[in-house]
Ligand binder design. Structure first.
Ligand code: ADP
Length: 494
């Protein structure tokens, strides 16, 4: 009997496969890290074939380990690192260049040219996005211009583009399905989120041929089936990782928000069914489309969150394991006035300064490793504050509470600091793997195991609530100091 859901969570540094039972308890989860390539300053690449081979092997392994047959899997859900761009030859199935990762900054020049052409507000109106190398469009353009076989394959109609969702789906279905879902499409900077169509105008500006693009569908859909694992299994759910986490956190109503703290931090706030543009340099993104119901969200992306902890660990050698930062934080001298802006790979929302680099200020004879750890962790809460303020201005309402998830939220000192800085209630859910859970719910909706989003709301449970422990007036001083330093920094980088 089929009674399990299988999810693929293809992240920036690792791929994870999870099996859930029909009550959404995790039966098993396995993961594999894969190679990161940094061929130049600011360049980040992945080998898309390595990713696919890992995912295929993980699925076989988890089925074997748990003595499950393909026939027992009701449906597969796919969630993925967004924006990361693959172009491949549809005859050989081989990518024509390494996947260019969302963090990659090589297309800063193409973005500057778009800005010079006065396309900032046009692009925002069509896609909801701010021009930045972060999104897929300029990465596609770069591969089309620089990969050896691009032109030849284009001429023969043998070239395909996809973000990682599309790439995995195409391989799972042995080339039958060339589809993406609306949340991933909305991160390409080529998709008209209101009309739900690829924008002819933007394709023409960037000279990207529409024939290489996948068809865009909603998040619960009959995406195709795979027969690579014995019996045929349907693929029924798909969403970009941050939107999947929003679904996993059951943020289905306007005003609800979640923040995920992994490599980067991504704060999404549901803004309802109307496409609204931010006046404070946030992104407007499709949150999900389930059946005919489409919801939008504002999104603020911080490029460096958990990766700042990795930097303290791997480059400054302050500790061996990220877990140690919780204790080190408690040992910091609260009178130190150290400020760290960890713009290690530029600043994301609301500043959008891809060239900015970090700063440490206020070092004294007493500054210690715990102080550096505390200042780094607090910086992530200040960056979140800047996003929350922008969101509150845009939506003309107050965010009452925030649901959090991701690897960093195991650190209770971090969450307490977040609650102090924001002066808001912060809620940790029972299951912090909300990305994979979100897409398990989508797959479950498509096979009828779940009826509607209200059923997901009933499944969501909180595990711990953090409330502010420091007075607002004290925090305001610290936030002012932070904002003063950030504004000096951003002025230095045009
Ligand atoms: P991703 O999905 O982006 O790969 P995860 O959600 O797995 O990331 O989170 C991993 C990140 O969280 C790493 O960057 C790591 O430095 C950070 N991290 C993990 N545990 C802790 C901790 N206890 N305190 C602070 N940061 C942590």
């Amino acid at each position: 009997m089929r009674k399990f859901i299988l999810t693929i969570d293809q992240g920036t540094t690792s791929s994870r496969v999870t099996v859930y039972n029909n009550r959404f308890n995790v039966v098993d989860t396995i993961k594999k890290e894969f190679t990161q390539f940094f061929p130049n300053d600011g360049w980040v690449e992945h080998n898309a074939l390595e990713i696919w081979n890992d995912v295929k092997a993980l699925i076989s392994k988890i089925l074997k380990k748990n003595k499950l047959k393909g026939s027992q899997i009701l449906s597969i859900g796919i969630t993925n690192q967004r924006e990361t761009t693959v172009l491949w030859d549809k005859i050989t199935g081989k990518p024509i260049y390494n996947a260019i990762v969302w963090q990659d900054r090589r297309t800063t020049g193409i973005c500057s040219a778009l800005k010079k052409k006065m396309l900032v507000s046009k692009i925002q109106k069509i896609t909801g996005l701010i021009i930045d190398p972060y999104f897929s469009a300029t990465k596609i353009k770069w591969i089309l211009t620089n990969a050896k076989n691009a032109k030849k394959l284009l001429k023969k109609n043998n070239l395909l583009f996809g973000t990682i969702d599309t790439w995995l789906l195409w391989n799972l279905t042995k080339g039958k399905s060339h589809l993406t879902d609306i949340t991933n499409a909305s991160r390409t900077m080529l998709f008209d989120s209101k009309k739900e169509k690829w924008s002819k105008e933007l394709l023409s500006v960037l000279k990207i041929p529409s024939k290489i693009l996948p068809k865009v569908v909603e998040n619960t859909f009959d995406f195709g089936e795979t027969n690579l694992f014995g019996e045929t299994i349907k693929i029924g759910g798909m969403a970009g990782d941050q939107q999947a986490a929003t679904i996993g956190q059951a943020c289905f109503h306007s005003g609800q928000s979640k923040s995920t703290y992994g490599t980067g931090c991504f704060l999404l706030m549901n803004i309802g069914s109307q496409f609204k543009l931010s006046k404070n340099r946030l992104l407007t993104t499709v949150a999900y489309k389930i059946g005919t119901k489409k919801m939008y969200c504002y999104e603020g992306s911080i490029f460096v969150a958990g990766s700042a902890i990795q930097w303290l660990r791997d480059k400054l050698l302050f500790f061996k394991n990220a877990k140690e930062t919780e204790k080190l934080y408690s040992k910091a001298n609260i009178n130190e006035k150290l400020i760290i802006v960890p713009a290690l790979t530029g600043l994301g929302a609301p500043h959008w300064k891809p060239n900015a680099r970090g700063i440490i200020i206020g070092i004294t004879r007493n500054t210690s490793i715990p102080d550096m750890v505390k200042a780094t962790i607090d910086s992530i809460t200040f960056q979140t504050y800047d996003l929350v303020s922008a969101m509150e201005k845009d939506s003309a309402s107050n965010i009452k509470e925030m649901r959090v998830d991701g690897g960093m939220v195991t650190n209770n000192n971090f969450i307490q600091s977040l609650s102090n800085t924001l002066q808001k209630k912060i809620i940790k859910p029972k299951n912090i793997e909300t990305t994979s859970l979100g897409v398990a719910y989508l797959a479950a909706l498509s096979c009828g195991l779940l009826k509607n989003t209200s059923a997901i709301t009933s499944l969501w449970e909180s595990s711990k609530i953090f409330k502010p422990k420091i007075k607002k007036s004290l925090m305001t001083n610290k936030i002012n100091e932070w904002q003063k330093i950030v504004s000096i920094l951003t002025k230095n980088y045009p």
